[in-house]
Design a protein around this ligand. Structure first.
Ligand code: SAH
Ligand code: SF4
Ligand code: F3S
Length: 453
C-alpha cells in the first residue's frame, strides 16, 4: 500500500490541501491528477496535516482490511476538525464510489474516481451540515489532457494512466464497480505526457491500466488510425532509447504474441511482465471468471520465455477463494514451483459486497485455513524468489540508478530491466544515470553487484 504525501507549495493566502493515497499505482496517479486540478483552482498543497484546510484520502476497496484502515484514518482526521474549525474532510477514490452516501454521515466530501474535475466545485459548496457528493461514473473520462503534479520524489520514474476502469468481471473483484467501464486514453496525449517527462529528466515511464493488453483506442475520425497496446508501446518506446518503458497489469487471457514480440524488439521496453495468476487450479480460475485455465497460463509463460528468455515475471495470488480444496491449493503451489516467479503479491481472499462471488459463492474457507494456506504460499514464494535471483549470478545488467542504497550510502540502488532491485558500489552517479554491473551474490529480495563499467 502506498501512503504518499505531497510537496508543499507555500502561499499563506490560499487554502491548503493535504492528501493521503491508498491502494494501487493507479490511485497514486489519480492523486497527481487531483492535485493538478486543485492547483489550477487556486489551492496549494501541504505535507503537514496540522496546517491543512482540506484533508483528502484517496482510498481503496480491494479488500476489507484496506477499507478498515481508512475508517481508522477518518477517526484521526476528525481530531484535526476538533482542533481547527472549518477543516474539510474528503474521501475520494474507490471506497467513495463503493460506499457513496453511506460515507456522508462521516465526512464532508465524497468523490468517485471519475468525478475529480468537479472537486473545486464540490469544495466551494461544502458547508456545515451540507456535505457534497459526486460518484457518477463515466464512459469517457480519461483525464487525457490533465498534466499530473508529480508526487514521486526522485524525478526518475513516473506513472502514466493509459486507460481507466475494467470490463472483466472477475467474480471476487470490486474494481469494475468502483472504477466503471474500461476506456482507453488518446494515445497522442500519452506520448505527449511521456515526452514532457523525458524532457524534464525522467528516465522511466510505467503505462498503467487494470488490463493493459486490452488497451484499444478507436480513431474518432475512422481514418484507420486505431491504436492497440503493442502499437502504443512502440510509440512510447520510440521517444528515446534512453527512456525506459514499463507497463502493468497484463491479463493472462489477453497478453498477445504481438505484445511479447514488441517487447523483444525494443531494448528500452523493460523485460518484465506482471501477470497475475490468482490460482493454479483450473476449477478455481473458472469460478473466479478469469477466462483462462492453468494450461493456458503456463503456455503464455512458455511463450514469453521462448521469445524473451530472461524476462522478469511477477504475479498476484489469492489464497482461500470460495470452495478451495486442498488439491486446488496444491495446484497453486505446484504452478508457483513450475513458473518460479521473481516475486508475488499474495492475499487471503476477502469477500467484497456486490461482487458476483458474494452473491453466488460462499466465503467458506475458515480464517485459520486461509491464513495457513497464505503463509505456505508466502514461504514458497520466498524460496522461489531466491531461486530466481540465483539464476542472475554472473549476469551483466544495465541498471537505472534510483539513489543511494538505504543500508550503505557508499552504494547505489536501482532496477534492472527485469525490475529486480540491484545494489552496487557508487562512483558518484546520481538518480537517473545508467550503470553496467555484474551480479555477484543474491538474497531473495536483492541482487548484489559489482561494477564492470
Ligand atoms: N487488474 C489486475 C488486478 C487488480 S487488483 C488483474 O486483473 O490482475 C490487484 C490484486 O488484488 C488482484 O490481482 C488480486 O490478486 C487481488 N484481489 C482482488 N480482489 C481481491 C479480493 N476480493 N480478495 C483478495 N484479493 C483480491
Ligand atoms: Fe479486477 Fe479482474 Fe478487472 Fe483485474 S481484470 S481489475 S482482477 S475485474
Ligand atoms: Fe486500485 Fe484499490 Fe481501486 S487496488 S482500482 S484503489 S479498489
Amino acid at each position: 500500500m502506498n501512503t504518499r504525501n505531497i510537496r508543499p507549495l507555500t502561499d499563506p493566502s490560499k487554502p491548503k490541501v493535504y492528501i493521503e493515497t491508498y491502494g494501487c499505482q493507479m490511485n497514486v496517479n489519480d492523486s497527481e491528477v487531483i492535485l493538478s486540478i486543485l492547483q489550477d483552482a487556486g489551492y496549494v498543497l501541504t505535507e503537514d496535516i496540522e496546517e491543512a484546510d482540506i484533508i483528502l484520502a484517496n482510498t481503496c476497496s480491494i479488500r476489507d482490511n484496506a477499507e478498515q484502515r481508512i475508517w481508522g484514518r477518518i477517526d484521526q482526521f476528525k481530531l484535526q476538525k476538533r482542533k481547527r474549525e472549518g477543516v474539510v474532510i474528503g474521501i475520494v477514490g474507490c471506497m467513495a464510489e463503493r460506499l457513496k452516501y453511506k460515507l456522508l454521515t462521516a465526512v464532508d466530501l465524497v468523490a468517485g474516481p471519475d468525478s475529480y474535475r468537479s472537486l473545486p466545485m464540490l469544495l466551494e459548496a461544502v458547508a456545515p451540515g451540507k456535505p457534497q457528493i459526486n460518484v457518477l461514473l463515466s464512459h469517457e473520462e480519461t483525464y487525457a489532457e490533465i498534466s499530473p503534479v508529480r508526487l514521486d520524489k526522485n524525478g526518475v520514474s513516473a506513472f502514466i494512466s493509459i486507460m481507466r476502469g475494467c470490463n472483466n468481471v472477475c467474480s471476487y473483484c470490486v474494481v469494475p464497480y468502483t472504477r466503471g467501464a474500461e476506456r482507453s486514453r488518446d494515445p497522442y496525449t500519452i506520448v505527449a505526457e511521456a515526452e514532457t517527462l523525458y524532457a524534464n529528466g525522467y528516465k522511466e515511464v510505467t503505462l498503467l491500466g487494470q488490463n493493459v493488453d486490452s488497451y484499444y483506442w478507436k480513431d474518432p475520425n475512422n481514418a484507420g488510425k486505431d491504436v492497440n497496446f503493442p502499437q502504443l508501446l512502440e510509440m512510447v518506446a520510440k521517444i528515446s532509447p534512453e527512456l525506459r518503458v514499463r507497463f502493468s497489469t497484463s491479463h493472462p487471457k489477453d497478453i498477445s504474441d504481438e505484445v511479447i514480440y514488441t517487447m523483444a524488439m525494443y531494448e528500452n521496453i523493460c523485460k518484465h511482465i506482471h501477470l497475475p495468476v490468482q490460482s493454479g487450479s483450473s476449477i478455481m480460475l473458472e469460478k473466479m471468471r478469469r477466462k483462462y485455465n492453468r494450461e493456458w497460463y503456463l503456455e503464455r509463460v512458455a511463450k514469453i520465455r521462448s521469445v524473451i528468455p530472461d524476462c522478469g515475471l511477477t504475479t498476484d495470488v489469492i489464497a482461500g477463494f470460495s470452495g478451495e480444496t486442498e488439491q486446488d491449493h496444491i495446484d497453486t503451489l505446484t504452478l508457483m514451483e513450475q513458473v518460479v516467479f521473481d516475486s508475488a503479491f499474495m492475499f487471503a481472499y476477502s469477500e467484497r459486497p456486490g461482487t458476483l462471488a458474494s452473491k453466488k459463492y460462499p466465503d467458506d474457507i475458515p480464517y485459520d485455513l486461509k491464513t495457513s494456506r497464505l503463509n505456505e504460499i508466502i514461504a514458497l514464494q520466498g524460496r522461489m524468489s531466491l531461486k530466481s535471483n540465483e539464476k542472475e549470478i554472473g549476469r551483466v545488467l544495465k541498471v537505472l540508478v534510483e539513489g543511494p542504497s538505504k543500508k550503505n550510502p557508499d552504494e547505489l540502488c536501482g532496477r534492472a530491466s527485469s525490475n529486480k532491485m540491484c545494489v552496487f558500489p557508487s562512483r558518484g552517479e546520481k538518480a537517473g544515470d545508467y550503470c553496467e554491473v555484474e551480479v555477484v551474490s543474491v538474497t531473495s529480495a536483492t541482487l548484489i553487484c559489482k561494477r564492470i563499467d
